[in-house]
Write a protein that binds this ligand. Sequence first.
Ligand SMILES: [Zn+2]
Length: 371
Amino acid sequence: MRWSIKVGQLFGIDLKVHLTFALILAWGAVNYGGSAGPLYGVIVVMALFTLVVLHELGHSLAAMWYGIPVKDITLLPIGGVARLERMPEKPMQELVIALAGPAVNVVLAGILLPVVLGITATQSTLSLMRLTTEPGILGLSTFLLLANISLVVFNMIPAFPLDGGRVFRALIGFFTNHQKATQIAVNVGRVLSIGLGLFGIVTGQIFMAFIAFFIFIAGSQEGQAVAARSILRDIQARQAMSAHNVALSSDATVGQAASMMLRSPQPNFAVLDPISGQFLGVATSRGVSQAMQSGQWHTRITEIMHHAGNIPKIALTSSLDEAQDKLSGASSQVLAVYDGLHFKGLLTTGDIYRTFQFLSQGRRPVQRPTM
Ligand SMILES: [Zn+2]
């Protein structure tokens, strides 16, 4: 996500913070400090977002348990987002991953409840709301207890893509296919988010209206992405890759590659061993152009290419949704397509996009969402 900075790593997952998060800290300093001052307010907000991180970690560890890599967890002012490399399509996996987040908050609430009860039993009875604004261990524990409960209740609203909406989709998914289940969950989510938005506006809770708007947009986007994937699923790599692409010989120089590139509209060139035909890497027109600008005319193309070892491989018969997953998980824009042990050509994000555009003419293309 843009404007995010990495602040740490948990279980191999990068923990990032969006720069706008600073606003929330400032807001916390002003609103939660109470008699203890702004620093305490910052501590309260940090503790609150620790709950959010643990919640996202619940989703992430469940996903990793099913072999789905997690790109990162990002904290935004409206909460946290764990970006999975792909969304689970098996209902059981989705159910477990969606429930794992709120389950963490249920456990935390279970731990905090006896703490709060234990301390309050020894003190004169204060109202619960007063306790939460009381600086100190008791106030903080009560605040976090209520925050955990709120996180569970809010996230379990069945408005897709909230956790409750994902649980709902998983449950429908046991009876119908993934795409239909998504469509139903998205539509229900839209109705609920409109309701939530109107409620927010009528009661003057603008933040709630904002969240509802966000749920509506994110749900719709993910619905479109699932529809797009169902189109890509029926197409094989062999049907999307350019059949007439030109390849470069590994003994070519940058200058020779440049003159070939000038005569071809292709942005990427496979570099092959001239004798064995083995795939060695990919030269991009951008890389060649940069090498030309720094005067490397006579440098061998193999010295500036991306090596084959760093380029994900895919089978000729693999579907394009699989190809898209591989590309989104890698830093590469290109896949090497193989038929058994034989290199057949390159498949790029551009090829997939072009194929999708062709098959869905009239529909608006969508980007993979990150909720
Ligand atoms: Zn969640």
